[in-house]
Design a protein around this ligand. Structure first.
Ligand SMILES: Nc1ncnc2c1ncn2[C@@H]1O[C@H](COP(=O)(O)OP(=O)(O)OP(=O)(O)O)[C@@H](O)[C@H]1O
Length: 652
């Protein structure tokens, strides 16, 4: 079914009716950004997680860990989340409404561009969205009026939209001023954007003294267990850990259903790699995959043109920084397509320089196209050695790899010699802190400090928790020099490549990519999930609900149960067509019909959800076909080779 025909309203009605998911605490009025999954949503999620484990953890020999969600303040302070894990929000002081600044700017500009197109009589590319939320928003965004804009302004707006993920708070504030963007409902100016930390704070234990947070990602637990994991892996590098679990973010204005929520399931991988060798042993397996890329240079020029390119070429041309990052981009692509993402609606967008965390070497988001636009569903970043380095510096625990060298090597390393006796009288109670600060500098830091010492005969440092804002250390107290050393061991802090999946966003995109209605009857909706992840694989339908067919149905049920194929029986009085239609909405890929011939010769009919075509054969052959198609990736034709075509009299 084509994109133009997609109706979000129809999809939402199916998802609600079949209880895939629903707002939590609904009978109390609900809380935005919190959802419960019903039975089919739960089964779909469990199957996706199972497929994820097989695709990544098993196939790549990853080490799975399950770490706590409650995290002490110190850990997230060190990782940078306490200071930087924030979005920009602005308040309307009159109405008390709160907006996320980047979303507000994006929404208003999109609305103005839409109004401009209407005024110019240009047909809208996107279908009119008719869901309740959109209708409400349309009412609010009064600028959707058909007003023609200057060509120059249109150009500026398009550039802003292409760069929207990269603006800082003050830049967003300046845009709001420059383009007169205020509360969309009233047009009133808003307070300038301020930072809002997204973590849920709590206290661990009854004293309330140990401050903590609900984790905003699963990654930190994996970093903190690095030494144990390396030991478990017999000190071999590279290796990856993986973790699946809930994360929590106090989003400023949750919207778009499952796409932006406050509690969500993440599946994250931390692949630890030698910074001097980011080649990947299995790169050849994915290098010829052609994918859609949106590189940073294109966005920085205010454009959104996609390149269709093989991963091999993208790495060779340094569009993607290294082989390991390219390898994971390829594996993410294969996984998403396997579980039902439409490859035509999947692109990898590179973070722009001002959008990327300062420590990251390169970062790509797998974005899926939905009726809400292109949505980041998986992040894939090269986080360099940042996380392990900061935790090691804070805890004094070495989070590093020691590798025996084949030949001893002579290297030149900076060393810092301290005149300890003179430290006490000068720095008094701060002396241990200053000494510790010097002892934890990296080779790069020491190189810089050596230069400073030579030029200024002193170094000036900001050392946390000391009396003075800046500490001056004269050259009479320290010497920083390069010294030759023979080393037998190479010690390094691994770099980390991190694919990070938000399972709820992926699930929602699959809902949209799998949804269609039968051309002959638009009320008959189908969710074409791949059999591998479909909540239930088989619907067993006895033609009539009577004793004879009940016995034959029992045999079918027992056989499916033995084969461990999830199934449901529908022996209601509804017509066969109605029973199938109900299960098309649940995405059940197969139907097995039990009829009077089943009693005679043990044969049953197998129905394919998408084509509605049917084939007949022995129960054993039908179950074998279901297994081959569901779990071994066979097509309908391959899987049902032993069955004979069957002209259905039953569909309605
Ligand atoms: N509020 C949320 N609701 C649902 N999923 C989320 C949410 N925030 C993040 N995710 C998922 O977790 C993944 C990794 O998180 P990451 O920190 O990279 O997201 P992010 O860049 O903060 O997302 P965004 O910019 O959309 O807020 C995302 O790709 C997404 O799938």
């Amino acid at each position: 079914m084509s994109n133009e025909e997609f109706s979000r309203e129809a999809l939402e009605s199916v998802l609600k009716r079949r209880f895939f998911f629903a707002p939590s605490f609904e009978i109390y009025g609900g809380v935005s950004g919190l959802y419960d999954y019903g039975p089919p949503g739960c089964a779909l999620q469990a199957n996706i997680i199972d497929a994820w484990r097989k695709h990544f953890v098993l196939e790549e020999d990853m080490l799975e860990v399950d770490c706590t969600m409650l995290t002490p303040h110190e850990v997230l302070k060190t990782s940078g989340h306490v200071d930087k894990f924030a979005d920009w929000m602005c308040r309307d002081l009159k109405t008390g409404e709160i907006f996320r600044a980047d979303h507000l700017v994006e929404e208003v500009i999109e609305a103005r561009l839409k109004g401009d197109k209407e005024a110019r009589g240009i047909a809208q590319e996107e279908p009119e969205e008719e869901d309740e939320q959109k209708k409400k928003r349309k009412k609010k965004v009064k600028e959707i009026k058909a007003i023609k804009l200057d060509d120059e302004v249109v150009q500026e707006y398009e550039t802003i939209l292409a760069k929207i993920d990269g603006y800082s708070g003050p830049e967003l504030g300046a845009l709001m001023k420059q383009y007169n963007i205020g509360n969309p409902a009233t047009g009133e100016a808003l307070e300038p954007p301020i930072e809002f930390n997204l973590m849920f704070e709590t206290a661990i234990g009854p004293s309330g003294q140990l401050k903590g947070y609900l984790r905003p990602e699963t990654a930190q637990g994996q970093f903190l267990n690095f030494n144990k994991l390396l030991d478990f892996n017999n000190e071999r590098m590279p290796f990856a850990s993986a973790s699946i679990g809930k994360s929590f973010r106090n989003e400023i204005s949750p919207r778009s259903g499952l796409l932006r929520v406050r509690e969500f399931l993440m599946a994250e991988i931390e692949h630890f790699v030698d910074p001097e060798n980011k080649a990947h042993a299995n790169f050849d397996a994915i290098k010829d995959l052609k994918i859609s890329l949106l590189p940073k240079e294109v966005q920085q020029a205010g454009k959104t043109d996609i390149s269709e390119i093989t991963i091999g070429e993208a790495v060779a041309k340094k569009i993607i920084d290294n082989e390991t990052l390219g390898y994971f981009i390829g594996r993410i692509y294969l996984f998403l397509v396997k579980i039902g993402v439409d490859p035509k609606k999947l692109r990898f967008r590179q973070h722009m320089s001002n959008e990327m965390a300062h420590y990251a070497q390169d970062c790509w988001d797998a974005e899926l196209q939905t009726s809400y636009g292109w949505i980041e569903c998986v992040g894939c970043a090269d986080r360099s050695a940042y996380d392990l380095s900061v935790h090691a510096a804070k805890t004094k625990e070495k989070l590093a790899v020691r590798e025996a060298l084949k030949e001893p090597q002579t290297v030149e390393l900076y060393e810092c010699e301290i005149e300890k006796k003179k430290f006490g009288p000068l720095f008094r109670k701060d002396a241990p802190k200053v000494e510790e600060w010097l002892n934890t500098r990296t080779q790069c830091d020491l190189e810089e400090l050596a230069k400073e010492l030579e030029q200024k005969c002193k170094i000036t440092a900001k050392i946390a928790n000391t009396a003075a804002a800046e500490t001056e250390i004269p050259d009479s107290l320290i010497k920083i020099e390069k010294k030759k050393k023979t080393v037998h061991v190479r010690e390094y802090t691994p770099n980390v490549i991190e694919p990070s999946f938000g399972i709820g966003r992926v699930i929602y995109a699959i809902f949209e990519h799998s949804f269609w209605t039968r051309p002959e009857d638009s009320a008959r909706a189908v969710l074409s999930f791949p059999p591998l992840v479909a909540p239930t694989k088989v619907l067993v339908v006895p033609l009539m609900n009577n004793k004879e067919l009940q016995d034959a149905t029992k045999t079918v049920k027992a056989t499916l149960r033995r084969a461990q194929i999830p199934f449901k029986v529908d022996d209601s009085g509804a017509s066969i067509g109605k029973r199938y239609a109900r299960n098309d909405e649940l995405g059940t890929p197969f139907g097995i019909t039990v009829d009077y011939d089943t009693i005679q010769d043990g044969s049953v009919t197998l129905r394919d959800r998408d084509s509605t075509s049917q084939k007949r054969g022995s129960l054993a052959d039908v179950v074998a076909a279901v297994e081959a198609i569901t779990y071994r990736g066979a097509s309908w034709d391959e899987g049902t080779k032993k069955l004979v075509p069957f002209e259905s009299k039953n569909e309605d």
